[in-house]
Write a protein that binds this ligand. Structure first.
Ligand SMILES: C[S@@+](CC[C@H](N)C(=O)[O-])C[C@H]1O[C@@H](n2cnc3c(N)ncnc32)[C@H](O)[C@@H]1O
Length: 289
């Protein structure tokens, strides 16, 4: 019997402490995502696929290529794509969507600007991943509009990850992903693939057209968007940033929200102790003062 000790899990080896530090700094400086030492194994796992795709022999050669051969700038998009966590679901944190139709939208209709009626309601999904969140918003708002004559809305969805954005635009998902969608809405808003070996669904063109996608890094000092959002969803992303960066992002989001506009954060996000121009109206839901 052979006992294998210290055998690398991959022929691509590991990251040295120095390479890990250099990568961690670049990642946090660029997209805000914290990379404490406990994430080293995770980072190695994520980068191995990329290193293979480039045909490089090891993680250390990849780092030499990045940092010593000046390839960091051109590789940044791929590197960020590799390190982002894109987990998302349709109707994730469903209470938010109940609050949206039961409180946020009717309350906004009572404000003088009557967003949705006197002008289109403007909604932004600020870390939209592969699209489940903005498409859930599209279905919810479309259903609301069916009961409210003349109701109009615009949905902008952004993310830093180009791979997630490409998936979002394609709007094709494994069939099991739409289990949380009400049955009647599955019929109304999705098309089924005819291939029984690959049970996928695709959002109907009418829903796809309701969402405009773009790449936006929440770390940027200025977001190149029109002011005057009525609703911003920024869920399950702030937890990856340190507190200083969280607060800076939240300030910029608040700067783009109209008075009476609503900000939806992830259930684990906290703004306690931050000086922001919002008041809380429900768990992780805030209104711009
Ligand atoms: C866990 S997903 C959350 C998706 C969705 N909001 C939800 O709650 O289901 C986090 C998303 O944030 C994106 N992200 C990470 N850093 C970002 C940044 N600096 N700017 C914009 N998006 C970022 C990731 O690419 C990922 O798609």
């Amino acid at each position: 019997m052979t006992f294998m000790t210290d055998t690398p899990p991959s022929d691509l080896g590991y990251l040295s402490g120095r390479d890990f530090q250099r990568l961690a700094k670049f990642i946090q400086d660029t997209c805000g995502i914290r990379m404490p030492p406990v994430k080293k194994t995770m980072l190695e796992g994520r980068l191995r696929r990329r290193v293979r795709a480039l045909g490089l022999p090891s993680l250390s050669e990849y780092c030499r290529w990045l940092f010593d051969h000046g390839r960091l700038a051109e590789e940044a998009v791929e590197l960020i794509d590799a390190v982002t966590t894109n987990k998302t679901d349709f109707f994730r944190e469903p209470r938010h969507f109940e609050h949206l139709t039961g409180s946020t939208l009717p309350t906004l209709l009572e404000t003088p600007a009557r967003p949705g009626l006197d002008r289109p309601l403007k909604v932004w999904s600020a870390a939209c991943s592969s699209g489940s969140e903005p498409y859930t918003l599209a279905m919810v708002l479309d259903d609301f509009a069916r009961r409210q004559r003349g109701y109009r809305f615009e949905i902008l969805a952004t993310d830093i990850c180009t791979d997630a954005l490409a998936k979002a635009k394609r709007a094709i998902y494994p069939e099991e992903m739409i289990a949380p969608v009400p049955a009647a809405w599955r019929q109304r808003y999705f098309l089924r693939s005819r291939n029984p070996d690959e049970p996928t669904v695709r959002l109907a063109p009418s829903v796809r057209q309701m969402v405009r996608f773009g790449r936006l890094n929440l770390m940027d000092e200025v977001y190149p968007l029109d002011e005057g959002m009525d609703i911003i969803f920024c869920r399950n992303i702030l937890i990856y940033f340190d507190r200083e960066r969280q607060e800076a992002v939240l300030r910029r989001l608040c700067g783009l929200l109209r008075p009476h506009g609503s900000l939806f954060l992830g259930h684990t996000d906290t703004i306690a102790g931050m000086d922001l121009p919002v008041r809380q109206v429900a768990p992780s839901v805030f209104i711009r003062r």
